[in-house]
Design a protein around this ligand. Structure first.
Ligand SMILES: [Zn+2]
Length: 115
């Protein structure tokens, strides 16, 4: 059974909220701090510390690429980059090869590329 709670984030506030999963008649959820719309990130999400701005920037790149953190039946969400360096490496790979960013960003390994 999937977990009853899932996580939402507000990127501008660098805040994460555990909330009940969206149901069939879900409505947009708002940040209690700033009232901006929250982004659903999934139940396997582990929030960075609020003062870790680089980690929140990394997260914002992932969310813009459409990547979230769903909890599988027996597994976590799979690899997600945690630093901007890891993001840059994977975005460079996407540009070089034409791989869609949403796929390149969740690669555990970036193939070595000879220039
Ligand atoms: Zn907010």
């Amino acid at each position: 059974m999937p977990p009853a709670k899932t996580s939402y984030v507000c990127i501008p506030c660098r805040a994460s909220y555990k909330q009940p999963r969206p149901g069939p008649h879900d409505h947009p959820r708002k940040c209690p701090r700033c009232t901006a719309l929250l982004t659903h990130v999934g139940s396997a999400f582990a929030p960075p510390r609020r003062r870790d701005k680089a980690a929140w920037r990394t997260l914002s790149v992932l969310l813009h690429a459409g990547i979230s953190f769903p909890m599988g039946c027996s597994t976590g969400p799979g690899y997600r980059p945690r630093t901007l360096a890891e993001v840059r490496e994977r975005m460079a790979h996407a540009r070089r090869t034409g791989e869609p960013p949403a796929r390149a960003l969740v690669r555990r390994e970036v193939p070595y590329n000879r220039w």
